[in-house]
Design a protein. Structure first.
Lengths: 883, 110
């Protein structure tokens, strides 16, 4: 059988190589002897016989090399040899190896770091066994520009009943769960989910069971599923917790199961309970607050599902025109739906680190090209001894790939350090909400990626030098005293082209960094419309079971404000259901008195806020017209509203809004008219979006159970955290607070994307600039060395040092200028690509382009300066005497 | 010189080596001289082609080698045909016959 023979040969070649080699050597010599004898027998004199035999054999070493080339497993063997040889070469040139490995370590490290973030956040933010089958469902209202609107309960129930494309469909809603019966009450980020939810997201509990269908009916819905973290931290990881009661919002729930440690959807979820619709809420088509998830049935594609859901949406629009007109259904992969705003900046960063690596490659290519010319002799000797061109190329590539791996290893270390010291830092309250954030790590996929790019970069930067170096001119190189430099014109062109592309790529990166940094600085300077300094904020969610109506809820908050206001160090306190810069919003559709009724589905919308009377004072929002809310604005008093400047300008342009009336509309019934009693200044809910129309309702007339407490303090706001908490506990010892942040925290978190984008881009671009400058320096220094003779001759013939200086600097600056010109379209393209991430600066902002070009030119000049000075000092006599 | 002979030439060389060993075991020079002899001097196999081919064919299992004494009592490495080699010779012969017929046919066409 040929296979075992071949396998045996393979193993023998690999492990008994010494014996195989000796055998071959002996065979060659015996062959030579026999040839010689043959010649002698034919009558040649011994000397002549030997010579002739040698000619016929054609060189023992060459024949041996040809035999080796053909051996089974030769490639493996010779790759080992190449590796050994390459490692020796790298060790022999510690200076080169150090510079190249460091450059690569920075380039590959940056790639590894960004990829680890991309991998966790974009590629695998949520773990599903079969992510393609788990679908997010949204309502879509194209006319209102709403691509992803939450679901109304009645619509969800109809979808669930009428579709044939999903085998499971479920809805979820946010749920503030106050965990009671423990020493210190704690707020849990919970979700209410319909019974099919865990099946829809393909998740199974680690302990216990998922919710049962009958648990989706009112009265049977007090069942809870614990997350792994809560089970571990609050229930001591006790498996017998399943079946036991747990006090949530003052009600006993039965724990039916515990999810495993890997389950992380929805991001940050700590507990789940069953969502049951009462007959009344199940008929609601006007309130949109549910998130839909579904699991595709076997053999159904997403397109088929979308088609059927759209058909159902159209049917419902016809059936319930008042609420559903213009409402379509949108089905999309859940992962895609979850990964939102992080995608664009991360992709930009990934492209940026890719470009940095490309520049690093160009730089090392250049270094290697220079080395290729000084190693010409060595290559020539190898070629003379029978190394084929292919073998020479492979040797160079193996050496480059070793270098790549060395850089990659250091790069992984660097990326690991970046993760350890948390270069990207986000407050845990927010990090929790970003799907996949906790999973960022140097793990197997990241290491595979790094290995791949390390070898890949080795191939890329080694390719050109390998091609050049493997074509030595054996005769010239081996001549005694041949100059060891210079491959001629084409070689120089190649090196120049590499420098030009480095400068071009750097320009693109610097421009992008400049634009993003400028956006960040512009945003930092945006005035939010209130005084954000020394404000402590925290959320309180009062449970419905205990605070059954508006009155006790409002009472609680008013008493809390009073107590907090009396604390030493507190200048003011207030509550509001939404915080500026907090990333949350709530809107309502409205009608203005005396205006014609708009067609269904096209009512104007405005932000709606419930606030205590002290809110404007505490936040220092100016009251432009009218008065503050007061005690007369009670549940029994006249219904009033305060509007912001944008609201007044939009709905009563050129009129006095005071005394005018508006009301909230609903698809089912409209609220009573409210009279405008104040116009207040605009405040920014997001710094990068102009303030929209906004209305404020007094707490007593529109109480909400979940409110944010804001406290203006004289000392550092964090120092008052404990005493403010104590006031909450004094009013209700079972009531937890959560998301405790200062307004400064909120502000910096709201800008985190821009800050990280700007600073990381700047760091990468700075690195790119340094690399390009180094590359230019290398090339110019090399040229000066190459042209020493010519320069000396020029000086001997009367050229002044300044002229020499100008000659050298001129050469470098020409390259830089060509790079700038080549990089311009690239930079314009990059600017356009990041346009969506910019604020207050145009993608082709002249100042940024000019500034960046000036920086690059200055760096290029600096890079040429030293070699040019050296050229100026060239001593004509020494140079010429060497001839 | 070219690193890879065309498949036709390589096939031919294999065929000739196998054929030269049918009469009995031979060392490298013997194989070379035998080929020269049976082809009427048309093919002179240089060591640079011969030895790589011999070693490759040994690894394929078509021939096996052993050290022995030459006709002049010199230590030499001998090659002999294996069972697999005899089978391979048949395969190569058939193949060559087909090629040769095809080429003849092609040349006869006007």
């Amino acid at each position: 059988m040929p296979l075992p023979v071949k396998a045996r040969s393979f193993l023998r070649n690999l492990f008994l190589s010494r014996r195989v080699e000796m055998d071959l050597d002996e065979e060659m010599h015996s062959h030579l002897e026999m040839l010689t004898e043959e010649n002698i027998r034919a009558g040649m004199p011994p000397q002549e016989a030997r010579r002739s035999a040698r000619i016929e054999l054609g060189g023992i070493e060459q024949v041996k090399e040809q035999v080796r080339e053909r051996r089974v497993g030769n490639w493996l063997h010779s790759v080992f040899a190449d590796c050994r040889y390459g490692a020796r070469q790298l060790r022999k040139n510690p200076g080169f190896t150090f510079v190249a490995a460091l450059t690569l370590a920075l380039g590959i490290g940056a790639n590894t770091y960004i990829f680890s973030v991309v991998d966790a956040l974009l590629l695998r933010p949520i773990k599903f066994p079969d992510p393609g089958r788990v679908v997010a469902l949204w309502e879509r209202v194209p006319n209102a520009g709403l691509d992803r609107n939450e679901l109304a309960p009645a619509n969800f129930l109809d979808w669930q009943a009428q579709n044939h494309v999903f085998d499971h469909m479920a809805a979820q809603d946010w749920w503030d769960a106050n965990l009671g019966g423990v020493d210190r009450p704690e707020h849990l980020h919970g979700f209410l989910v319909t019974p099919d939810y865990f099946a829809a997201v393909e998740a199974q509990p680690m302990l216990g069971r998922a919710f049962l269908p009958e648990e989706g009916t009112p009265g049977k819905d007090h069942v809870a599923m614990l997350s792994y973290g809560i089970w571990r931290d609050h229930f001591a990881a006790d498996p017998s917790v399943v079946g036991r009661p747990v006090l949530l919002n003052g009600i006993d729930y039965t724990v039916v199961g515990v999810m495993g440690p890997d389950y992380n959807y929805p991001s940050g979820a700590q507990i789940w309970a069953s969502l049951a619709f009462s007959p009344q809420s199940g008929a609601n088509r006007g309130s949109h607050y549910l998130h839909g998830v579904a699991h595709l049935g076997a053999g159904i594609s997403l397109q088929q599902a979308q088609a059927e859901m759209s058909a159902i949406g159209a049917r419902l629009a016809k059936q319930y025109p008042r609420t559903n007109i213009g409402r379509d259904v949108k089905a999309m992969p859940l992962i895609e739906s979850e990964v939102g705003q992080e995608r664009a900046p991360l992709v930009v960063l990934l492209v940026a680190v890719g470009l940095v690596l490309a520049i690093a490659c160009a730089n090392i290519s250049n270094l290697l090209l220079a080395r290729a010319s000084s190693r010409q002799r060595e290559t020539a000797i190898r070629a003379a001894l029978g190394a084929t061109r292919r073998r020479l190329i492979r040797q160079w590539l193996v050496e480059s790939m070793l270098l790549g791996l060395l850089g990659g290893g250091l790069g992984v270390l660097l990326a690991f350090l970046c993760l350890e010291v948390q270069v990207i830092r986000i407050p845990p309250e927010f990090a929790r909400m970003i799907p996949g954030w906790g999973k960022i790590a140097i793990n197997t996929p990241v290491l595979l990626f790094t290995t791949f790019i390390s070898l890949g970069t080795g191939l890329v930067f080694g390719f050109l030098p390998a091609l050049r170096a493997s074509r030595p001119n054996v005769n010239d190189s081996l001549k005694e005293g041949a100059p060891s430099t210079g491959f001629g014109r084409r070689h120089r062109l190649l090196r120049n082209a590499l420098i030009v592309s480095e400068v071009a790529l750097s320009l693109a990166l610097l421009v992008t960094a400049g634009l993003m940094m400028k956006s960040f600085i512009r945003l930092e300077c945006v005035f939010p419309g209130f005084n954000p300094n020394r404000l402590l904020t925290m959320f309180i969610a009062l449970p419905d079971a205990k605070y059954t109506s508006s009155e006790p809820t409002a009472n609680f908050y008013e008493r809390l404000i009073e107590r907090v206001q009396n604390l030493p160090g507190v200048q003011g306190a207030a509550v509001a259901n939404m915080l500026p810069l907090g990333g949350m919003n709530s809107t309502s559709t409205i009608r203005i008195e005396g205006r014609p009724e708009p067609p269904a589905g096209q009512e104007p919308e405005a932000n709606s806020r419930s606030v205590s009377a002290s809110y404007f004072r505490t936040m220092q929002i100016p009251i432009l017209r009218g008065r503050e809310f007061a005690s007369e604005d009670s549940a029994k008093g006249r219904l009033v509203v305060a509007v912001n400047k944008a609201f007044a300008a939009r709905f009563w342009p050129g009129e006095d809004p005071l005394g005018k009336r508006m009301r909230l509309t609903g698809p089912l019934r409209d609220q009573p008219w409210r009279t405008v009693v104040a116009v207040v200044g605009n405040i920014q809910y997001e710094l990068n979006v102009p303030a929209p129309a906004e209305m404020y309702f007094p707490l007593r007339q529109q109480a909400r159970s979940t409110m944010a407490l804001v406290v203006r303090t004289s000392p550092d706001p964090r120092s008052l955290e404990a005493s403010v908490r104590a006031q909450v506990a004094a009013l209700d010892r079972d009531q937890p607070v959560f998301d405790i942040m200062t307004m400064d925290d909120l502000r910096s978190v709201s800008l985190i994307g821009w800050r990280l984008g700007g600073t990381l881009m700047t760091a990468f671009a700075g690195f790119a600039l340094a690399l390009a400058a180094l590359g230019l320096f290398g090339v110019i220094a090399y040229t000066v060395k190459e042209r020493t003779h010519e320069i000396a001759l020029r000086m001997a013939l009367g050229a002044r040092p300044q002229e020499v200086f100008r000659l050298i600097v001129g050469q470098g600056m020409t390259l830089a200028l060509m790079g700038l010109v080549a990089g311009l379209p690239l930079a314009l393209g990059m600017g356009r690509a990041v346009a969506g991430l910019l604020y207050g600066v145009s993608p082709n902002d002249f100042a940024t382009f000019a500034g960046v070009a000036a920086i690059l030119a200055a760096a290029a000049f600096a890079a040429c300066y030293i070699p040019a000075r050296r050229a100026m000092r060239a001593d004509p006599w020494t140079a010429l005497r060497n001839e | 010189m070219s690193a890879e002979p065309t498949t036709l030439l390589q096939g031919t060389l294999d065929l000739l080596i196998l054929k030269s060993l049918v009469a009995g075991e031979k060392h490298g020079l013997g194989v070379s001289r035998r080929i020269q002899q049976i082809t009427g001097g048309t093919f002179v196999v240089k060591p640079g082609s011969l030895f790589p081919a011999l070693h490759r064919m040994e690894e394929e299992g078509w021939i096996s080698s052993f050290w022995g004494d030459s006709e002049n009592n010199r230590r030499a490495k001998f090659y002999r045909l294996t069972k697999a080699g005899q089978r391979q010779l048949k395969v190569e012969t058939t193949r060559w016959g087909r090629i040769s017929w095809a080429i003849d046919h092609a040349l006869e066409a006007s």
